[in-house]
Design a protein around this ligand. Sequence first.
Ligand SMILES: Cc1cc2nc3c(=O)[nH]c(=O)nc-3n(C[C@H](O)[C@H](O)[C@H](O)COP(=O)(O)OP(=O)(O)OC[C@H]3O[C@@H](n4cnc5c(N)ncnc54)[C@H](O)[C@@H]3O)c2cc1C
Length: 495
Amino acid sequence: MSAKTVAVIGAGVGGMCAATHLASQGMRVTVFEKNPNPGGRCDWIERDGHRFDTGPTLMVMQRVFEAEFAALGTPLEEALEVQQVDPSYRLVFDDGSRLDLTSDMGVMKSQLEAIEPGAFQGFLNYHAEGWRHYQISMERLVNRDFRRFTDFFNLGNIPLLYQVKPLVSHYANMGRYFKSPRLKAAFTFQDVYMGLSPFAAPATFSLMPYTELEHGVWYPKGGMYRLVEALMTLARKAGVEFEFDTTVEGIMVKGNRAVGLELEHNRRIEADVILANADLTHVYQELLPDAWRAEKLMRKQYSCSVITFFWGVDKLYENLGLHTLFLADDYRQNFDAIVREHGLPSNPSLYIHAPVRFNPEAAPEGEDTLIAIVPVGHLAEDREQDWNALTDLARGHVFRRLRGIGITDLEEHLKFETSFTPLSWRKRYNLVNGSTHGLSHNLTQLAYLRPSNRHPRYGNLYFVGASTHPGTGLPTVMISGRLTAKRILDELGSG
Ligand SMILES: Cc1cc2nc3c(=O)[nH]c(=O)nc-3n(C[C@H](O)[C@H](O)[C@H](O)COP(=O)(O)OP(=O)(O)OC[C@H]3O[C@@H](n4cnc5c(N)ncnc54)[C@H](O)[C@@H]3O)c2cc1C
């Protein structure tokens, strides 16, 4: 019997992982990617000897990376050299005061008690809750798929309502542990990774600060793109074939089956299974015929976007760590401006990544490579968004915040600037609304309620990646790749 063929749309991390699992089970897998290189959002650019990771800069949920590399057949430490970053972040507040998040509990204690007497006990209690949420959510909600309604809506899942607090707002829940708004912010800002405001996110997401502190924040030697290169090695070893610079223009359907792909330059290919890794709404909007399903998806809630600056600098700022996060005191206004008004807050929280500390190859000797990420609203058709003006404003905020920690001469030392706005994210990776994390992870878009990994009508059309189950982030899309591959194998096996 000849091997079944699979055509994958997109070489993002989720697509690469699913492709590798399928090829290692004997399927003939070809990945069609519109860009010249793999990785999708986990991408990089280089200019004048300065190397920038344009998407992810943090490896968090390290246990998941370990488990997923093992599932792909190679231990993480063999595939990739990773280094722990500790302190993981330096948080800087509006008055210039700092909090270094570290797994050294002695240091945490003295810092937390200085901000709010008694806060260390609150932190330990919060951490214990994060541990519970992590264990239960990973087992019951993330590391499994929901193929039928009853997989999720059943009596056995009722205890989840109090075990992982999905109905309590994350920020409101912080009142149980801390009084200081700064501490509440310090342990909820991670919700942005899910595309959510902590005021709307379920308290379940205390699992994120828990895993950062307990399992650590890591960074691959040589930069984040090494992760993609490692996955590429595994994919090729399993026999996956790649066609780059090849845009998929349509999915051919017949009755209730997807039969192949329409590629650019009028090429058509047939396949037994189609697996779409491109952003889910893009697939429904641009590649499939059912417009009403695309409209339904468009009405869902999308994650925020970011304006990113990539700066080549002719001097090294020694006092800047790998990850610095400026957290604004007007925390709620920040999220309202981003999520509700789809704009730029008046005093935005923002993040600076300085990779040279952990990756000297990222800049010529004695120079610096800086990335500044400013969260903003996603593209919205119902209002004016002048991205040139917003980029200028965002740049001004970054310089202002850096001046506050003594970096006063950055503008004079810039060799060049490249910047991305939500329009860039849409153009580069076909991310609908320019939403950097795809569909957000609010309660009605989680677990069974998140779009399924299989099309409701075309039974051999599957989905993998950030906007489908279990969700966004590198470790999560690796899980998505494994779960979707397993589903394909199970369902092909059952005819
Ligand atoms: C700025 C930023 C910072 C982030 N930071 C972190 C972080 O620190 N840690 C973390 O874990 N995660 C982070 N993320 C999230 C993480 O990058 C994503 O969740 C993850 O990479 C998504 O992978 P994916 O498999 O869904 O595919 P994607 O990365 O979306 O890849 C899909 C691929 O499909 C291709 N494609 C689209 N349309 C077509 C078409 N028609 N034909 C052919 N190919 C097509 C695209 O070019 C792309 O290569 C960040 C994301 C961004 C943007």
